[in-house]
Design a protein around this ligand. Sequence first.
Ligand SMILES: Nc1ncnc2c1ncn2[C@@H]1O[C@H](COP(=O)(O)OP(=O)(O)OP(=O)(O)O)[C@@H](O)[C@H]1O
Ligand SMILES: [Mg+2]
Length: 258
Amino acid sequence: MSAASLSFAGVRVRYPGTSRDALGPIDLRIAPGEFVALVGPSGCGKTTLLRTVNRLTSIDAGRIDLDGVDSASLDPIAMRRSIGYAIQATGLFSHMSVARNVAIVPELLGWDRARIAARVDAMLELVRLDPVRYRDRRPRELSGGEAQRVGVARALAAAPRVLLMDEPFGALDAIVRRELQRELRRIVAEVGTTTLFVTHDVNEALRLADRIVVMRAGAIEQCAAPLEIVDHPATPFVRELFEAEDAIAELRAAARIP
Ligand SMILES: Nc1ncnc2c1ncn2[C@@H]1O[C@H](COP(=O)(O)OP(=O)(O)OP(=O)(O)O)[C@@H](O)[C@H]1O
Ligand SMILES: [Mg+2]
């Protein structure tokens, strides 16, 4: 499958029993193969926006197109199989081996066993887990970072047209996180999938993304390339968000080290 374009037009979400929209209106176009990071404070609607794409959250207005086709007209089950989804709490099935976890979507798609086995090994290699050592383990026999790698391998296994990642490296220490960031860049460049990546960490967004969407209270505050955001923040909110994270610069300024 080749990477899909993704477009949001006037998309709104209001959760049942609430009195205002959690999201929207959102207008956003993402090119095939583009890597877009969503950043913003807790509760601003990042997860909600991500989940409208695979329709785990339904929209109350507007329209989302996948490759120019209204996603509301697609069968949700089939559509989800063409969209990779990785979340912080990996969601791995604890009673299944690593290999079976990675194989879930290919199995649902009815691939033959030899193709699935080869794909599982290739995906584990892609995330730098030796298939021989890891394929038969259970999730409880993995470190947090290894489990998140398996989550990424699973999300990519069926060569999705779109990859949705919701703080997939959230629980990791800085070193493992950097390593997985580098690997993810390499992987998406290799696979060429369109990626929407939620993170709290603006440095992670700056490192990974072709474009960053800054969200605030359900709306898009700015959407631009990393350098543009840093050099020309559209609002004081964006400036502060990106400045606040720059702890090293703050320390240097405080100590007057150039
Ligand atoms: N199922 C739900 N029912 C009602 N309100 C919800 C539901 N899910 C989320 N919300 C509300 O919608 C808003 C956006 O939530 P969302 O989970 O998208 O935020 P987020 O940006 O992903 O936050 P975080 O960074 O903490 O994960 C919040 O105000 C949240 O309380
Ligand atoms: Mg969230």
